[in-house]
Design a protein around this ligand. Structure first.
Ligand code: MV4
Length: 494
């Protein structure tokens, strides 16, 4: 492959192009009318307009993307995440056009694209599963008996769902039939497939996912875990690697299960196996994501492996150049997703112009973004502006660097989730590692952000007062702000 087309936009398109460029591979960008001036278009060696601003009329048009490949002579397509990245029909079209999709086979996408077939595949390797039904529920009263057997609360899931879509918690047996009817009609209208199944509801889980890589010769390795427990309504906010709760033994067990899940569908390329971990540190397979994930950088930071380069090498037919025992965790990495959303206003998307946009720099900081100062955030796509990634020798240093980087980041013109990220980094539950998927709903209210604004004002007032007192005392040398600063820091922690 000497030239590849990146069938995506924004930060991930740029991210992929950077690795391609390092490998001496030419890049082709595709763009919608709304992205004519976007950075990924400027960065690429060539760019092709594939349609109108709405995704359904551009980034989701597989045929236009294949046409752009044929026109520019690109031999491979990197789909990034979202859009067509997990679309088995698109993967087949790409193959039929004589092109290479940088990703798994259509068959693997299909198996893992349905939660029930994913579980059936994974079961062949004895991977731990949450107790539930192994097949789609056809007889509601049979399912109700199974639910009573499992014990309430139970969770109804849509087989075609994913990322939390189409899930319903049922608290007690008397609600079961009503909730089941709702779940089936919801799944039918949302996914065109009314198949649902039930599982015991694990009420306070950690969300742990394992990165895997598989080549075309049956070699599959895992690149350890990412802890994605801090999320808001199934939108991840903070991800980190490694998890602060896994022992070396558990890490190895989960890694082995993830490799087996990948093996169960002859997985090739980069993929992610999702698990939940309960209070007893028992883990259960949930699903497999057959794409490069948003949060892949934290894995890159702790392993030193460039996942995009590995994806390209695998797609070129190369064997993995390392084995499991070559892989080691070094240090700790945290990713904060910076969204154009207003955390003080129920995280409402806040699109507009990036009047000021200055990114943090320095030791242990990586910013994956797709914007520059002065640009507009388009309304048509995901409101994520950037991924702010910190790396340190340990978790404490990664947190300290993240806080420093949040403070350095300057964005005006739109509201962002930066201050919310700082709230997370400074929260006792996050710092101690004692949190679950309910972190945000349990601890966050918008008042937490307002208090900090007040504290900033209070600090400035205190500094002015200190300077005034010093000058009144006839001291016109430099002022020692440390007593004021440490008192302020202490207040802030309380
Ligand atoms: C679960 C669960 C608890 N018990 N399944 C969420 C995303 C999708 N991949 C599956 N998810 C979950 N499945 C059982 N049997 C908890 C989650 C879950 C979650 C649920 C509610 C609120 C936030 C959540 C965050 C992560 C995972």
């Amino acid at each position: 492959m000497e030239k590849i087309l990146i069938a995506n936009r924004g930060e991930i398109a740029l991210r992929v192009m950077r690795s391609a460029r390092e490998m001496g591979i030419k890049t082709v960008a595709v763009f919608s009318e709304a992205d004519r001036n976007a950075l990924h278009v400027r960065y690429a060696d060539e760019a092709v307009c594939i349609g109108l601003a709405p995704s359904a009329q551009s980034y989701l048009l597989g045929e236009n993307i294949i046409d752009a490949c044929l026109k520019t002579g690109a031999q491979g397509i990197h789909p990034g995440y979202g859009f067509l990245s997990e679309n088995a029909a698109f993967a087949r079209l790409v193959k039929a056009a004589g092109l290479i999709l940088i990703g798994p086979s259509p068959e693997a996408m299909e198996i893992m694209g349905n939660k029930l077939s994913a579980k059936a595949a994974a079961l062949t390797y004895n991977i731990p599963m949450v107790p539930g039904t192994e097949e789609a529920v056809t007889d509601i009263s049979v399912a109700q008996n199974r639910a009573i057997e499992i014990g309430f609360p139970i969770l109804i899931k849509a087989a075609a769902g994913g990322g939390g879509k189409g899930m319903r918690i049922v608290e007690k047996a008397s609600d079961f039939i009503e909730q089941m009817d709702l779940a089936v009609s919801e799944a039918t209208s949302a996914f065109g497939d009314g198949s649902v199944f039930i599982e015991r509801y694990v009420s306070s889980p950690r969300h742990i996912e394992i990165q895997v890589l598989g080549d075309n010769y049956g070699n599959i390795v895992h690149l350890f875990e990412r802890d994605c427990s801090v999320q808001r309504r199934h939108q991840k906010v903070v991800e980190e690697a490694p998890s602060s709760v896994l022992s070396e033994e558990l890490r190895q067990k989960m890694g082995e299960s993830a490799v087996n899940a990948a093996r169960s569908c002859n997985y090739t390329g980069a993929g992610t196996v999702e698990f939940i971990l309960d209070e007893n540190l028992d883990f259960f397979f949930l699903e497999m994501n057959t794409r490069l994930q948003v949060e892949h950088p934290v894995t890159e930071m702790i392993t030193g492996i460039d996942l995009v380069k590995e994806q390209i090498r695998i797609a070129r037919g190369e064997a993995l150049s390392f084995t499991q025992s070559d892989l080691k965790i070094q240090g700790h990495a945290i990713e904060l997703r910076v969204y154009a959303e207003d955390p003080a206003n129920n995280f409402l998307p806040d699109i507009g112009n990036l009047q000021t946009y200055i990114t943090p720099k320095g030791p242990g900081i990586r910013v994956d973004d797709g914007f520059e100062q002065g640009m507009d955030i388009p309304i048509y796509y995901d409101p994520m502006i950037a991924k702010l990634v910190s790396y340190g020798k340990d978790r404490t240093e990664a947190i300290e660097r993240m806080i420093r980087a949040i403070d350095e980041y300057q964005i005006t013109g739109i509201q962002t989730t930066l201050a919310f990220g700082k709230f997370v980094m400074q929260h006792e539950a996050f710092v101690s590692g004692n949190f679950d998927t309910h972190f945000v709903s349990k601890y966050f209210t918008p008042e937490h952000l307002l208090i900090h604004e007040d504290e900033d004002e209070a600090m400035i007032a205190a500094l002015i007062a200190a300077a005034f007192m010093e000058s009144k005392n006839g001291n016109n040398k430099s002022i020692d702000i440390n007593p004021v600063l440490s008192q302020w820091k202490k207040n802030r922690k309380e």
